[in-house]
Design a protein around this ligand. Structure first.
Ligand code: SF4
Ligand code: SF4
Length: 316
């Protein structure tokens, strides 16, 4: 099983990182038992890092997966807190929910922040403090912004970055895939661990999944890619691709025909617009008092679902 070292963190990871967002209530809404079974299958097959976030509500799935598991699993989570006290509460909650004394990586969940170093400086400082207390192994930054990833290269406190990058640049908020590639390379040269997100642009590049995943795996400095997987067939197909093994072409062709989409239960929409404000991809509009999505712009990030007080947005 292929492994790589995540920059100066020294963590040895399998480059296929299990992204848990699609399992949870913001997307497929699997039960913790079913989602946990999928994570466990991946762990049994060599995956050793799981990506989650306070916002994803997937800690019960990971807890389920780890029941009786004796292997090493690196857990990366994220806090979207705007202040130090909330960030601390998020970390403490993750520790409790995951029954851990230390989280391997905690990111400042900075997807929509052009400059998290000034806008959420106190959160970053609190994460560093909690690292000093032994509750966090490594502090990270997840972002959809080239400017934020570029700036991270100069901040020694940030040891891991989790950038949005894909073949077409879809979802990058301030430039192109080529520019994000440069920012990622600068971080890698500075010793950061790098694992990417949205290699398939939230499913929009599913039709060219093999090509799109290979593109991100070949970006200079990328150590791993978080991929959301909803079936054992997807896990097996990705394992073959990430391990440079012979691919089951028929299985891949079947997977590449799949397409997920955002579903808004419009009849229950109150027209509050909170989802529109949460969308960084400019994919939502209010029309006749109801939220509507432009599917060709949506990267299925799930932020609108998390923002909706009516809980009527799903990825299906
Ligand atoms: S519509 Fe929702 S899921 Fe799609 S990009 Fe916008 S916030 Fe993300
Ligand atoms: S946040 Fe929910 S209720 Fe408000 S406009 Fe969006 S879909 Fe409708």
């Amino acid at each position: 099983m292929k492994q790589t070292v995540l920059g100066n963190t020294g963590l040895r990871i399998m480059p296929l990182v299990f992204g848990t967002l699609p399992l949870g209530p913001l997307q497929a809404g699997l039960s913790p038992a079913e989602g946990g079974r999928l994570i466990r299958h991946a762990l049994d097959r060599g995956v050793n890092m799981v990506d989650t976030a306070e916002l994803y509500s997937t800690y019960p799935y990971i807890r389920e997966a780890l029941k009786g598991y004796g292997g090493v699993v690196h857990i990366a989570t994220k806090t979207h807190a705007a202040d130090a006290a909330t960030a601390r509460a998020h970390v403490e909650l993750a520790l409790r929910e995951l029954s851990r004394e230390r989280l391997d990586i905690v990111h400042l969940h900075g997807a929509r922040l052009a400059d998290p170093f000034t806008e959420r400086g106190e959160v970053l400082a609190e994460l560093v403090r909690m690292k000093g207390e032994g509750k966090i192994g490594h502090v990270g930054l997840s972002s959809h912004y080239i400017s934020a990833i570029g700036k991270a290269a100069a901040f020694p406190e940030v040891e891991v970055i989790h950038p949005l990058i894909n073949r077409t640049g879809m979802g990058i908020l301030d430039g192109t895939a080529a520019e994000m590639t440069e920012a990622v390379a600068a971080c890698a040269r500075a010793g950061k661990g790098v694992y990417a997100m949205k290699a398939l642009a939230g499913g929009n590049l599913i039709g060219s999944a093999r090509q799109s995943l290979r593109f991100v795996l070949e970006v200079a400095g990328v150590h791993g890619v978080a991929v959301g997987m909803l079936s054992t067939a997807e896990i097996e197909a990705n394992l073959s691709l990430f391990n440079d093994e012979a691919l089951d072409e028929a299985a891949w062709e079947g997977l590449e025909k799949g397409r997920r989409r955002l579903k808004i239960m419009e009849n229950f929409c109150k027209g509050c617009g909170l989802c529109v404000a949460a969308c960084t991809a400019d994919a939502l509009r209010l029309s006749d008092g109801r939220a509507r999505v432009a599917e060709d712009a949506c990267i299925l990030c799930g932020y609108c679902a998390a923002a909706c007080p009516e809980f009527i947005i799903r990825v299906v």
